[in-house]
Design a protein around this ligand. Structure first.
Ligand code: ASP
Length: 424
């Protein structure tokens, strides 16, 4: 079977994790194409290499010393190499990077070095060939993948190599400069590669055994989904569930490539299978949430009979150049839910007097398949009984997703209450 296996940062945090990855890769001869993240966190390592690199960049720009950060980065890679008894000359790679640490260094290039170095080590450890992502993922100037050029390049590489390791998170612009795919972007690299090589399966290995109905840090005994659809994964990710980068699904759609989420620390677990269709859809797929939102309610008498009510709302939005999540209008007011920004007071001062602004809210979402209205009523009643105020709610019968706005500090409690209301 044609497979792509992507390993996230926690699977590459140290030499112990590298050994687990190697055992997984060697356990299946179909695992020939490996995508890796940068070294992530572990019990000992408190910071992801990518975070260190972003901090390093900020220090360079702010004319602050960065020797300590640099030392931490060097130590991570040299220790892994030494503990695994490898010979690769990672020092000269590191010196090459260090010599480019000037003010005009490109941030995208610098932060992508975490994946680059990690792949060099993993390639040697597996006995696979290292293929830089700039030789495989080619992007147009607007950041869209040049699919044809990339597919051709990958095809040629696969003809010549038995096993390859490609750094995730970046590729190349037409001028050869690095283009990064956003935080968590290695997930997207994996699905792009899976699409380009027409894989049947994309394995995404991390430190969780699949998708749970609720974050197990909130409810340790939360039920796991054995099978979920692409669409539901997108919705859950968008609503704050820490599963996959939101864009991971797109490259898989046209060929219906199955994705499986598996745990490097528990490779015997079958994980969660993600496909175009859901088999045996359960009533709810997940309950999740994200913090840091504001609600703005602007009052305008008889708004609903104004012909240009949409224009009225559009004018407010122009004053509020913020990331909008939801908009709703009713007879004489309209409501906008948006991501909080620091300059909100200045923005609000440009609005008419008759508005209400509620800040420090969280979006709480129930992503369902067959959510019946009476179940939503029961959920609302449980929140009410636990004195959790709901500032906004909406249900989309088409997607069966239901949204509530609650106080930031009550989000985890609200998730617990809803979980037991549905599954208790
Ligand atoms: N290393 C990058 C990050 O931490 C990309 C990734 O891991 O997917 O965001």
């Amino acid at each position: 079977m044609n497979k792509v296996a992507k390993f996230g940062g926690s699977s590459l945090a140290d030499a112990v994790q590298f050994r687990k990855v190697a055992a997984i890769v060697k356990g299946d001869p179909d695992r020939r194409v490996i995508i890796v993240s940068a070294c992530g966190k572990s019990v000992v390592e408190r910071e992801k290499v990518t975070d260190l690199l972003y901090r390093l960049y900020a220090c360079i720009q702010g004319d602050r010393g960065y020797e300590e950060i640099w030392e931490s980065i060097v130590n991570r890679y040299v220790t892994i190499r030494d503990e695994l008894g490898m010979v690769c000359d990672i020092e000269s790679e590191l010196v090459g990077i260090y010599n480019r640490l000037e003010k005009d260094v490109s941030v995208e290039w610098l932060v992508s070095r975490g994946e680059y170095l990690c792949s060099l080590l993993m390639a040697e450890y597996l006995g696979y060939s290292f293929i830089d992502a700039t030789k495989v993922l080619f992007f147009h100037e607007d950041g869209i993948l040049d699919r044809e050029k990339s597919k051709y390049a990958l095809g040629k590489i696969l003809e010549d190599h038995c096993g390859i390791v490609i750094p995730g998170f970046y590729g190349a612009f037409p001028n050869g400069e690095i283009h990064t795919l956003g935080r968590g972007g290695s997930d997207v690299s994996g699905s792009m590669i899976a699409d380009l090589m027409e894989a049947e399966l994309y394995e995404n290995w991390s430190d969780v055994s699949g998708i749970f109905m609720v974050d197990p840090r909130i409810i340790p005994e939360a039920v796991k989904c054995s099978h979920i659809s692409y669409q539901k994964v997108r919705e859950l990710s968008h609503l704050g569930a820490n599963i996959l980068h939101e864009d991971t699904i797109f490259p898989l759609l046209s060929r219906n490539i199955s994705l499986v989420i598996r745990n490097t620390n528990a490779p015997q677990d079958p994980g969660t299978l993600v496909t175009a269709q859901e088999i045996d859809p359960c009533e709810i797929c997940g309950i999740t949430g994200k913090k840091g939102y504001s609600l703005l309610r602007v009052y305008k008498e008889e708004l609903s009979i104004e012909n240009d009510w949409l224009l009225t709302i559009a004018n407010t939005l122009r004053e509020l150049p913020v990331s909008i999540e939801y908009i709703r209008n009713s007879i004489d007011h309209y409501t906008i839910v948006f991501k909080e920004v620091e300059c909100i007071d200045t923005l609000l001062s440009s609005l008419p007097d008759n508005y209400e602004h509620i800040h420090s809210l969280a979006i709480l979402g129930i992503v369902g398949n067959t959510l019946e209205p009476r179940r939503i009523e029961r959920a609302l009643a449980s929140l009410h009984d636990s004195e959790i105020e709901v500032y906004y709610s909406s249900q989309d019968p088409h997607t069966s997703t239901c949204i509530f706005l609650v106080n930031d500090r009550q989000l985890e409690d609200a998730i617990r209450i809803l979980y037991y209301a549905f599954l208790g």
